[in-house]
Design a protein around this ligand. Sequence first.
Ligand code: SF4
Length: 243
Amino acid sequence: MKVEDISAETLGGLNEMAAEGLIAWAIENFGDRAAIGTSFQLTGSVIVDLAAKRFKSFRVFTIDTLRLHPETYAAINDFETRYGLAIERFQPNHNKLEKMVSRFGEYLFFMDKAKQEYCCDIRKVEPNERALDTLDVWITGLRKDQSEGRGTVPRAEVIEQKGRKILKLAPLADWTAEEVRRYIDEQRLPYNTLFDKGYDSIGCIICSTPLIPGDPPRAGRWRWFNALDAEHKKECGIHVNKS
Ligand code: SF4
């Protein structure tokens, strides 16, 4: 199947499918051209497990910014062991990273919003685009209740990526945080242990911090920008639709 051949009716049907069925449909129809992208949020644990219940082999990739928390690297190893997976790691382009660091230093994200976005572009967005070059179906862990900006995330949508159509799935779009956590506990899944230390959304070390009572879910990201326009400060660019 090609993404271009997916009719509006099929897309509508995908948006009605439960998580397990949607993941299975993607892997059955697209094989290695479908991949789960995860940064080892709790939703990643659930999606990988749902895929593993139906398939012995399937693709999982992560963006290794080279600044992940030790607990995140440990989670990657735990998943590989539990499911017998070789998780694909997409890292920043070495030359672009060198150029950025030699010009602005390692901690440019503290300077201003533009430098934070530049850092995210080099360490996350560009490697993620390279990952997307290898697939037709991108299975994500986005959920509607993660932030106001994600409140309308569909379970299935076709996006443009470098002039090419990609089917982007969010099988857990309608799951609540409590449902995700319950599934992990009931199935005794491996997960990123930062979630036991007050974190609710995990990215790079320094840029993601634990929540304090009363914080919205993504307040721990780039905390020093919280006094500004919160919604704009809480996306790294990976899930900004360019179509
Ligand atoms: S989260 Fe922070 S360190 Fe990681 S890529 Fe973005 S700005 Fe850079």
